[in-house]
Structures are given as structure tokens and as C-alpha cells.
Write a new protein. Structure first.
Length: 166
């Protein structure tokens, strides 16, 4: 039997590198004092992302209503809402459109509930659990966790808010 396979991003790729950078930047912003702005360069340094790339990504998040930006001295970026009001889904969806992600884990073109592949039912449960995790976990939940690990593997101060220079 011959299978038809798609040449698209594999559905098992849970999160893109861009969405990972967006989540990390949002966590950095969530750690800021409420009224403080952080500069794109400082955030980029903290999360290990190229500054120009991160600046464009933060502008995208601003257009999506997740962050606010301010130009000039003391400007930068800050969260548009409280960390408890921003689900990980909001961030990842704005980048990866995960709610539209469908597809066969094995890459078969003809795979659905009616014509399921060998792993369809199990994969559907994984996706459902993943979506629930993204929708139920907020930036505040991340801050309340065991702490933030920097790019070098060191730990920072869990949920303590600290200022990143603008």
C-alpha cells in the first residue's frame, strides 16, 4: 500500500523557535515591575536571541495586544496585561497558530477520525492535552514555578520581579 505524505511542518513539532523566543521574552517582561519598560537589547541578551530579530518579534507581540511599546528615553516594552491574564496559548497562538494545526503524526494525507492511521487516536489525545496546557497555564504560573533558568543554565530568582535595563 502506498501512502500520500505531506511536505509540511511536522505536527509533532510542538513549538517553533520563534514562539520559544516569544515565550522567553514574555517571561522576562512578566518579571518586570508593573510600570517598567525593558529594552529589546536587554531582553535579547537575557534570552540569547539576536536583538534585531527579537525587536521585530516584540513589535509583532505589540500588534497582537500582548505587549505595549514606548519609544524614547526610558522606553521599551512591557506586558499589556497582568501576567495572570496572559495564557501561554495567547503567545504561542500569535506565532504558530497552534489552534489550526492539524495533521497526521505520520504525515499521511488521508488521516482523520473516519480514516485513522495507526496512531491517530493517541496523537489526538496528546494534542488535546497540549492545547489544554497552553490555555490553562499563564505567565503568572510560570513565574510561580521553580525559577527561570538563563541560557547558561544558572537559576534566577523565581517569581521575584526585577528590572531589565531599557
Amino acid at each position: 500500500m502506498r501512502y500520500g505524505f505531506r511536505r509540511v511542518e511536522h505536527p509533532a513539532t510542538m513549538i517553533s523557535k520563534t514562539a520559544t523566543h516569544a515565550l522567553r521574552a514574555m517571561v522576562v517582561l512578566a518579571r518586570q515591575p508593573e510600570d517598567a519598560y525593558a529594552g529589546a537589547g536587554a531582553i535579547a541578551d537575557e534570552i540569547g536571541a539576536p536583538q534585531n530579530y527579537l525587536g521585530k518579534l516584540l513589535q509583532h507581540l505589540s500588534r497582537e495586544g500582548l505587549v505595549e511599546s514606548q519609544k524614547g528615553h526610558g522606553g521599551g516594552f512591557r506586558l499589556a496585561r497582568a501576567p495572570r491574564e496572559i495564557a501561554l496559548f495567547d503567545v504561542v497562538e500569535s506565532i504558530d497558530q497552534v489552534s489550526r494545526r492539524q495533521g497526521c503524526f505520520l504525515g499521511q494525507m488521508l488521516c482523520s477520525s473516519n480514516a485513522a492511521c495507526a496512531v491517530h487516536e493517541r496523537w489526538s489525545k496528546v494534542l488535546e492535552t497540549y492545547m489544554s496546557f497552553l490555555k490553562q497555564t499563564t505567565l503568572a504560573d510560570v513565574l510561580a514555578g521553580r525559577g527561570w533558568h538563563d541560557e547558561k543554565g544558572g537559576r534566577s530568582q523565581g517569581s521575584k520581579r526585577r528590572r531589565v535595563p531599557a
